[in-house]
Structures are given as structure tokens and as C-alpha cells.
Design a protein around this ligand. Structure first.
Ligand SMILES: *Cc1c(COP(=O)(O)O)cnc(C)c1O
Length: 385
């Protein structure tokens, strides 16, 4: 198989899609068929992902953000409700709570893995808390046993933003089969892509039903079902959106899914090359990985010891950029964004661990199409400085 490497792309980005001729043909085949929007490929893709992660239901939608929004609606988040989440994530993890009128409650992370610190969560729980959204940052599953203990104790939902962790495992369980609802994204930098796209996974019948209503305007039957039943009649039972994904996107997703094991293997191999290259470099600390997890390595994040390094993270970032290496920073803690400061009063010092980590982290390139030469160049540019 031809991997699209960086030779055509002067910049080695932090992540990019990997598309081959088989993927292209799968999309073209749907374009030549009758259905462009919801057709046979949508349920086929849903079933394939549900099978892969070992869950009962999967609902495909137009983006990971739409999937998060649908998840918040399905568990009934509304005005006055609180949802706990880590600040070290993409803004959409918090935004989905706000879409539903809820309040995001930021709970700090641990300094080594940058995952939600279960020990800090109970302090944040009030009578208004409805759910925890765990984020499998960089592709490492959170401590789900500890999180489940808390959600069971307080009778609240456990939601996994697993946009980084498709294919990861926690104690022999696939991510997707652990939380009440799990969210995946199929944006081009993620493990598999549909262009834009996302999915919500659940084992619960009633949640599956609400997710399906939500992605189609809150209407009880879709056009295909009405045709089959020879009726024009439909009812809108709830307020929903058009968050549908198209058939040719799902054809791409199905084709990509076949290559996911290979993509994961490639990501893990790159990560282990980085691990060895930085093991003896005191200024560079890879994030720590728990023993009982299988990491999916959406990102490879290094933490810099700025005193040992002798220069700033931003200096290294620009040095790498000047050498055509597209390093990146994931993430500015969400509570520090002006929107959250202004509307939710989330000032600095709210999550000191995340705020300190933010100044030291750098995501370096990792994606299946990276060549050995690309990997060596990244290592040389970081260690050679
Ligand atoms: C990518 C991502 C999202 C949003 O996914 P989109 O498909 O881009 O809408 C949400 N949360 C996390 C952690 C992500 O990495």
C-alpha cells in the first residue's frame, strides 16, 4: 500500500490523514450511486465501528463536535446542570455543555499523564452535577475504574471524549465499551477520517434512540423509513439538528477502518522510536503511560524541563517550524480562553497543574505516513538543539 508520506509535503505536520487508492475508489463508488446523504454506508459504518469497539450501538454524525452535542442532549443536560471535565482538551469538549445551557466545571489533571485526576473530582461535585466527561488525552485512556466509582457513587453519567483514543484499551477493554457514551471524531488528523465526521457509541437503548432523533431534527422517522411505509407522515418530537453524515463519507470511513490496526501499529512504532530517542535527554520528558493501558497515540506530547533546556518552549517551537517541522501545542487550557473567562469567570489558578503543563508541552509529528527519514529529522532537530 502506498502511504502518502511527507515527500510531497515540505512541512512535516503534527498529524495528517493517510488516504490510498482504495479509499478514493470507495468514495467514487458512492458518488456514482443513487444516495449521497443517508444511504446503506451509514449503518454499515456504524455497525463496523460498534463491532470494533465491542459496543451495541453507534450513531454517526457530521463531526466530533456534533457527537459531543448529541451526547449532552441524550443525557438530558439543560440549564442549571453541571458537567465536570478536564481543562486540557479541545474547546468543543466544554462547548457541548454550553450548547445545552449547562455549566462546564473544570477539574484539574495529573502532571505526568495530563489526564483528569480522579482524586480531585469529588470536590467539584454538587447537587447539580449530571456527568463527567473524561478526555483520553493524546490517546491514553483515563483511569476509568476510579472514574466509574465516582459516577456510580453519585448516580451521574460517565461520558468519554475519545476523539484521541480510537483503538486504545483500558485493562483489556476497548475504549468505546467502557463509558455510558463514547465520542469519536473522524477529522483528518484523527486515527481514521471521513473528512468531517464523528460518532457516539453506547450500549443503552434509550440513549441510542435519543441520539438518532437529535441528529435528524428530532423527527421520529427518516425519509427512507417513510418511503418504505408509503407515508408522508412524520412528527417532530424534540428539538433536533441536521447533524447527519453523508454516505460517501461513511464509505471512506469503512475503507479507513480496515486500515486502523495498521495505522495504530505505525503510531505505536513511531512513539517507541521517540521514547528511546528522548530517554537519555534530561530536558525532554515524554508523558508517562500507565501499565494497564494500550495507548492509541493520537498525539506524541513532550514536556520540557525549561531550566535544563535553557530556552523557552516557544523558542523550540519556532526553531522546529523554521526547519519545516509542524510542532503544535495541545492545548491552551479551555478555562483560560476569553469566552470562558468572560462568561463563566474561570480565571487562572483554577487548574494550576494544567496551567503549568501548558507552558511546557509540545506535540511533535506522529501519523501513519511518516517515513523513517521524517522521524529521524524530528529527533535530530529536537535533540540537536
Ligand atoms: C477533534 C476533537 C474534538 C472535535 O472533533 P471535530 O470532529 O473536529 O468536531 C473534540 N474533542 C477532542 C478532544 C478532539 O481532539
Amino acid at each position: 500500500m502506498q502511504l502518502t508520506g511527507s515527500n510531497k509535503h515540505p512541512i512535516i505536520p503534527y498529524g495528517r490523514q493517510c488516504i490510498d487508492e482504495e479509499d478514493i475508489q470507495a468514495v467514487v463508488d458512492v458518488l456514482r450511486s443513487d444516495g449521497l446523504t443517508t444511504g446503506p454506508k451509514v449503518p454499515e459504518f456504524e455497525e463496523a465501528v460498534a463491532d470494533y469497539v465491542g459496543a451495541k450501538y453507534a450513531v454517526a454524525v457530521s463531526s466530533g463536535t456534533a457527537a459531543l452535542h448529541a451526547a449532552m442532549c441524550a443525557i438530558g443536560i439543560s440549564s442549571g446542570d453541571e458537567v465536570i471535565l478536564p481543562p486540557m482538551t479541545f474547546a468543543a469538549t466544554a462547548n457541548c455543555i454550553v450548547f445545552q445551557g449547562g455549566t462546564p466545571i473544570f477539574s484539574d489533571i495529573d502532571p505526568d499523564k495530563l489526564l483528569l485526576d480522579p482524586a480531585l473530582i469529588e470536590n467539584k461535585i454538587t447537587s447539580k452535577t449530571k456527568a463527567i466527561i473524561a478526555v483520553d488525552y493524546a490517546g491514553q485512556p483515563c483511569d476509568y475504574d476510579a472514574l466509574r466509582k465516582i459516577t456510580e457513587k453519585y448516580g451521574i453519567y460517565l461520558v468519554a471524549d475519545a476523539c484521541h483514543s480510537l483503538g486504545a484499551m483500558y485493562k483489556d477493554k476497548m475504549v468505546g465499551s467502557i463509558a455510558d457514551l463514547t465520542i469519536f471524531s473522524f477529522h483528518p488528523v484523527k486515527h481514521i477520517t471521513t473528512g468531517e465526521g464523528g460518532m457516539v457509541i453506547t450500549d443503552k437503548d434509550e440513549l441510542d434512540l435519543r441520539l438518532r432523533l437529535f441528529r435528524n431534527h428530532g423527527i421520529t422517522t427518516d425519509f427512507k423509513q417513510r418511503e418504505k411505509q408509503k407515508t408522508w407522515f412524520y412528527e417532530m418530537q424534540e428539538l433536533g439538528y441536521n447533524y447527519r453524515i453523508s454516505d460517501f463519507q461513511c464509505a471512506l470511513g469503512l475503507s479507513q477502518l480496515k486500515k486502523l490496526p495498521m495505522f495504530l501499529e505505525k503510531r505505536r512504532r513511531i512513539a517507541s522510536q521517540y521514547d528511546s530517542a528522548f530517554a537519555s535527554v534530561p530536558a525532554i520528558q515524554p508523558l508517562s503511560v500507565q501499565e494497564h493501558v494500550v495507548h492509541a497515540y493520537h498525539l506524541y506530547v513532550i514536556k520540557l524541563d525549561l531550566k535544563v533546556l535553557g530556552y523557552s518552549r516557544n523558542y523550540l517551537y519556532h526553531q522546529l517550524r523554521n526547519n519545516n517541522i509542524g510542532a503544535n501545542v495541545h492545548y491552551i487550557p479551555v478555562h483560560l480562553h476569553p469566552y470562558y473567562q468572560e462568561h463563566f469567570g474561570t480565571n487562572s489558578n483554577l487548574c494550576p497543574v494544567a496551567e503549568e503543563a501548558y507552558n511546557k508541552i509540545l506535540s511533535i509529528p506522529i501519523y501513519p505516513g511518516m517515513t523513517d527519514k521524517d522521524i529521524q529529522k524530528v529527533i535530530y532537530q529536537i535533540n540537536g538543539k
